[in-house]
Design a binder for this molecule. Structure first.
Ligand code: 5GP
Length: 240
């Protein structure tokens, strides 16, 4: 196996089959474009397990993903895709950069889900894109953007319902898509407490309810136990 790419949270290896890659989830955590670095013990296994459960649940609901299977708790075999260099963020409730950039109060329920596109480029700080900038940069065609937009909303609807069953509010999350060997657009990367904002519906305190990477970003403590709780509830909701 050759190492193809090492990201902040995962390492990607080739396998003997060129259409299959191995994604190894790490305990390393970064925030603010890697200015803050740390380790969240057990995160690799938790995120891989949560992502695997969510990908399988999405697949059964007709959303194509890169997921194949997990040979070990922190390893996922995935379909090789050409990643589209865009971070697709879907928001249901105002938080994070939406509040910073618009003045909206954190916790404001949005009238309908907001789909945003950010350029996946650490050197540029992942800037927010407009539709016209996406076309200007030749990242996607209008038709491809329409497919991604529809998939993002469908994924949001499914995940919102799913997390509600876990007594978790899906505030917002980030998705990445890629082209498979048939040039079909499929969901890639991961969906986990690293890439979502998840609020515990059994807690009212604005800090106590945080079950995601914001605990690490904002030094709220108890990061591992929050991630574990997400995993427990996700697996319980799927009867795993
Ligand atoms: P925001 O734009 O408010 O910082 O992030 C919106 C949502 O997308 C949050 O759930 C956040 O975790 C996720 N997100 C945005 N960019 C990234 C990224 O580069 N890495 C990770 N792990 N999550 C991201």
């Amino acid at each position: 196996m050759a190492k193809l790419y090492e990201g902040k949270a995962k390492i990607l290896y080739s396998t003997e089959d060129p259409e299959i890659l191995l994604s190894v989830y790490k305990d390393d955590a970064t925030a603010f474009n890697a200015q803050k670095k740390g380790t969240i013990k057990g995160k690799g296994e938790i995120n891989c397990t949560v992502a695997s459960a969510l990908f399988q649940s999405l697949e059964t609901n007709g959303i194509a993903t890169h997921y194949i299977d997990c040979p070990t708790p922190n390893q996922m075999r995935v379909k090789a895709v050409k990643i589209i260099p865009v971070e697709v963020v879907v928001r249901n409730i105002a938080a994070g950069s939406l509040c910073r950039q618009t003045g909206l109060k954190e916790g404001t329920v949005l009238p309908c889900p907001l789909v945003e596109y950010y350029l996946k480029d650490d050197d540029l700080g992942d800037p927010l894109l407009t539709r016209d900038r996406l076309f200007l940069l030749d990242i996607v065609t209008e038709e491809q953007l329409s497919t991604i937009h529809k998939m993002a909303l469908k994924i949001n609807q499914h995940l919102q319902e799913f997390f509600n069953r876990c007594q978790i509010t899906l505030v917002d999350f980030k998705l990445e898509f890629g082209f498979d060997s048939q040039q079909k657009i499929i969901l890639a990367d991961e969906i986990s407490p690293d890439t979502c904002r998840l609020w515990d519906q059994t807690e009212t305190d604005p800090q106590a309810r945080v079950m995601d990477k914001d605990r690490f970003r904002k030094d709220l403590g108890q990061v591992e136990s929050a991630y574990s709780k997400v995993q427990e509830r996700v697996l319980a909701a799927l009867n795993i």
